[in-house]
Design a protein around this ligand. Structure first.
Ligand code: HEC
Ligand SMILES: [Cu+2]
Length: 473
């Protein structure tokens, strides 16, 4: 009856036929005032929303195409929302009316648009926001459903716009808000497909072939290798609760998101804030999807964020860090209590059995250093860390290493044959195992010359003949 009445009056169907919930958001349609959204670059998240009513929120986002670093020595022309990859984090409240202004920088070569998964409406806003270089488009939408949503460019070829970096997250906070936590961070995984292999230096163009094969060279958090590790690790203090807004821009891969050494106390799977899983080790983040994870950090140390499809983490870049400082809780974790060499009968140093890399021959010293860096990044960095810093008691430093600098022949032998048993490096004892590295004489000469000529080392040079001499001994 009511429906009929509405139709007769020619009123909108929405007001007449839909459920309580929508009646409520209808009530909220009476919006008070307006505000301009604060947008942030990853890993920062805009402040929590404290207002208790819906409002009109104005979002200004600019697309631009910029040459930036994808990895040490590797450049890529990124297409961006807001000048960084991932794009700016947008935070609104359920019921808000979002007035979206998409500006495409005049220097852009491509038109761009935006499809926000938080939008109810055709294309998620894609058609309405299609914008040529040097133009702006405006459209608005009502944030009906709370949750953490991906947005991305949807201009043809869509895959290419996403592969070049055009994605980000928009959080629609539920009306009642989110529980307070000590820290919130924005982490977004994605892949890059380059003409060259992982670590190949210089400017790398996009490879359509590899994108079609879904075989990326890089899988990264926040748009570059090491964007959130080392000096750029996410800081936290023991006893704090951390909330990570995790997105996956894809374009192709699903992430098995995991934090080494932590258990997620809470997961809102697939970005659904109305669903909570507890005590989770690894959560799937689909391409074009998200998850919100929360955990308390009880004891200090480095906690490593990975895609647990683990070759992506250690060989393609999908690795980040949370650096937790503060009081340790020995009741939660003791740390290493004892370390002894374990020698089962007949054990020998293990060989990592793979074919040596194809031979590239350095023509001069500059090339030897350049190729050496590549070998280092691919073969040594996983253990000896960036800039040869080493890791706690597990991997000795190569930076300013007295052990390394004292004896070139011995260093060559370490790489050829591996090393085990106690050694002292810069006054600290390491008692571990380094597997023999299957590298050519040329590669060993390159990597050692690179290491010797960086990070405060002695500046010695190592030639393939030096390596050959040690190998033949
Ligand atoms: C799987 C981890 C791992 C990889 C990969 C690795 N190392 Fe090591 N390396 C170690 C460990 C562990 C030791 C210490 C062994 C011991 O305690 O006897 C070591 C020791 C050394 C040392 C002597 C100690 C020092 O700090 O000067 C040198 C030199 C060295 N590695 C160079 C390299 C180079 C160059 C590469 C790459 C071609 C490489 N390592 C790859 C784990 C690794
Ligand atoms: Cu685009």
């Amino acid at each position: 009856m009511k429906k009929l009445f509405c139709l007769m009056l020619g009123l909108s169907m929405v007001g007449c036929t839909q459920s309580n919930q929508n009646n409520q958001s209808q009530k909220e349609a009476v919006i008070k005032g307006e505000e301009v959204a604060i947008l942030t670059d990853a890993p920062q998240v805009p402040p929590a929303i404290t207002r208790k009513h819906a409002t009109k929120v104005i979002v200004n986002l600019e697309t631009s195409e910029l040459k930036m670093s994808l990895a040490d020595g590797v450049e890529y022309t990124f297409w961006t929302f807001g000048g960084k990859v991932p794009g700016k984090f947008i935070r609104v409240r359920e019921g808000d009316l979002v007035e979206f202004h998409l500006h495409n920088h005049p220097d852009s070569k491509m038109p761009h648009n935006i499809d926000l998964h938080a939008v109810t409406g055709p294309g998620g806003g894609a058609v309405s926001s299609f914008t040529a270089p040097g133009h702006s488009s405006t459209f608005s939408f009502r944030a009906l459903n709370p949750g953490l949503y991906v947005y991305h460019c949807a201009t043809a070829p869509v895959g290419m716009h996403i592969a070049n970096g055009m994605y980000g997250l928009i959080l629609v906070e539920p009306k009642e808000g989110l529980p307070k936590v000590d820290r919130e961070y924005y982490v977004m995984q994605s892949e890059f497909y380059t003409k060259g292999a992982f670590g190949d230096q210089g400017h790398q163009p996009f490879s359509m072939e590899k994108a079609l094969e879904e075989n990326p060279d890089y899988v990264v958090f926040n748009g570059a290798v090491d964007a959130i590790s080392g000096e750029k690790s996410l800081p936290a203090q023991t006893g704090e609760t951390i909330r990570l807004y995790v997105g996956n821009g894809g374009p192709n891969l699903i992430s098995s998101f995991h934090v080494i050494g932590e258990i997620f106390d809470k997961v809102h799977p697939e970005g659904s804030l109305s669903t909570t899983n507890k005590d989770v080790q690894t959560t799937l983040v689909p391409a074009g999807g998200s998850a919100v994870v929360e955990f308390e950090v009880d004891t200090s140390g480095t906690y490593i964020l990975v895609d647990h499809s683990i070759f992506r983490a250690f060989n393609k870049g999908a690795l980040g860090m949370i650096e937790v400082t503060g009081k340790d809780d020995k009741n939660v974790f003791s740390g290493k209590l004892e370390d002894k060499v374990y020698h089962p009968e007949g054990s020998t140093i293990q060989n990592i059995d793979e074919d040596p890399a194809p031979k590239v021959v350095a023509q001069n010293r500059a090339e030897r250093l350049e190729f050496g860096k590549r070998i280092y990044d691919q073969n040594c960095k996983a253990c000896h860390q960036a800039e040869g810093k080493g890791l706690a008691t597990a991997f000795p430093p190569l930076a300013s290493s007295d052990y390394l600098n004292a004896d070139k022949q011995r260093a060559i032998k370490v790489i050829l044959e591996g090393l085990e048993g106690p050694i002292t490096v810069n006054g600290k004892v390491f008692d571990s195992v380094m597997p023999a590295q299957r590298l050519t004489d040329e590669d060993i000469a390159n990597v050692l010359t690179y290491v010797y000529n960086n990070w405060g080392n002695s500046g010695q040079n190592v030639s393939p003949e030096d390596v050959k001499a040690v190998r033949e001994k």
